[in-house]
Design a protein around this ligand. Structure first.
Ligand SMILES: [Zn+2]
Length: 441
């Protein structure tokens, strides 16, 4: 019994007052000052901040089919180290997660690994081909209980299919998460379209290619009365459109990645493919608008778009390189640097955009809950005073494509409790959570 009992002593809850948290059998049993230990493992959390476990709405775990890039095991180890207790696994695996069978496979791999709650995202269209709807209802009814659907990596550009998907997911309170990219406007695009692309002579990905799809989709969502989620918003104009849609009462949520909060297209001058990502890094004015949009609630959540690639796909010429960056193990630090150390957000705001709201968007019932008595013990302890230098070779993800390599970042995850079990202690992986055996008769 005692090994399931942990007393976190003196952590600043959501960055506020220092209190103790008593965790027993997966639940927060008590919260207050001077709690008795009664055989619990005591963890001195003085100077640390207690937050709800982070929930990622946008992770690429690559399995099945691309185990040379990442597996559910390695990706969820990275997630636990980054302070996550749930991740939504994007559907662009091989085979694509477009059937009940594949989403159940990913769900089972997540439970077998035991590091975080793996919530499979179902594809909107068969094979991500954009031609016919996938079996959305069967994925929703499956053991994986899919509530988020996305062709991410590719835009659902046919407006009739997008409309049908939005209508279909209403039946089970699902959401369509759109990768907003007008394909004709971005054919052959290598980076953001602007001053830098003109200087470098690279084909540009114009802001309007993102903004025109978001504008269309919020109107479609309004028309059918459904939920829309916009993946990785990257331009100032996109923030304006989402702000307009929300003012009009349209049921839309939006996410921003940590890298779009910090990096700009000036980095592409290095021709280092680690900076090649979709949507591309934009301008400083876009970065400022994204930070303001996240701070004022126009952008609801941070999603990592963790996209590991084997080295041979990134350590090559710019034009040949794959698009994507890793992000699970640096997300907290980058948001601390860009949003908290700039005074734009508090740690309570941080919990809103990385845990509470992402769980609501994904309809993950037992995650993103307040740190209160009786709630599931998905809790992280963060040292906000820590400083560390990013070394991709020391990360748990198989991807070495971190755009923050060599950069010093603030803040570190000291401990992660998943369902009351410490998956991370002293900043290192501990042991996975083991789900209770279910008899199958
Ligand atoms: Zn995407």
């Amino acid at each position: 019994m005692a090994e399931n009992t942990y007393l976190l002593r003196g952590a600043a809850i959501l960055g506020g007052e220092a209190e103790d948290l008593l965790i027993r059998n997966g639940v927060i049993e008590a919260r207050g000052q001077g709690l008795a230990a009664d055989g619990a493992t005591v963890i001195d959390a003085a100077g640390l901040i207690a937050l709800p476990g982070m929930v990622d709405v946008h992770t690429h775990l690559r399995e099945p089919g691309r185990e040379d890039a990442e597996t559910v095991e390695t990706g969820t180890r990275a997630a636990a180290l980054g302070g996550f207790t749930a991740v939504h696994a994007m559907a662009n695996s091989n085979p694509v997660a477009d059937t009940a069978g594949v989403v159940e496979q990913v769900h089972s791999l997540g439970r077998a690994s035991g590091w975080v709650d793996v919530r499979p995202v179902g594809a909107v269209t068969v094979g991500l081909a954009g031609e016919q709807l996938a079996e959305l209802g069967a994925m929703a009814d499956s053991r994986a209980q899919v509530r988020m659907f996305s062709d991410d990596g590719i835009c659902v550009h046919d407006p009739v299919l997008m409309r049908r998907a939005l209508e279909y997911v209403k039946a089970f309170d699902g959401v369509v998460a759109q990768h907003a990219q007008e394909p004709r406007l971005t054919a052959g695009a290598q980076m953001n379209e602007g001053t830098v692309s003109a200087v470098l002579g690279l084909t540009g990905w114009p802001a309007v290619a993102e903004e025109s799809i978001i504008a269309r989709d919020v109107l479609l969502a309004q028309h059918v009365g459904s939920r829309l989620h916009v993946c990785h918003v990257s331009t100032a104009g996109s923030v304006e459109i989402v702000r307009w849609a929300k003012a009009r009462g349209i049921n839309v949520t939006a996410e921003v990645t940590p890298h779009h909060l910090l990096l700009t297209d000036e980095l592409v001058r290095s021709y280092d493919p680690v900076y090649k990502v979709n949507p591309p890094l934009r301008t400083d004015a876009d970065v400022q608008a994204l930070r303001e949009g996240l701070a004022d609630g126009t952008i609801d959540v941070v999603g990592t778009d963790h996209a590991p690639h084997p080295s041979e796909h990134k350590e090559c010429e710019w034009a040949q390189a794959a698009m994507g960056m890793t992000g699970l193990e640096t997300a907290l630090s980058v948001v601390q640097e860009t949003m908290i150390e700039t005074g734009l957000m508090s740690w309570a705001d941080f919990a809103r955009v990385t845990s509470f709201t992402p769980a609501v968007i994904g309809r993950v019932a037992d995650q993103g809950r307040p740190l209160e008595v009786g709630e599931p013990a998905n809790v992280i302890l963060v040292d906000p005073a820590a400083r560390w230098t990013v070394d991709p070779h020391k990360m748990a993800t198989m991807g070495r494509n971190s755009p923050f390599k060599g950069k010093e970042l603030p803040g570190s995850v000291v401990a992660t409790f998943f369902k009351g079990h410490p998956t991370v202690l002293d900043g290192r992986l501990n042991t996975p959570y083991r789900y209770p055996e279910v008899s199958s008769n």
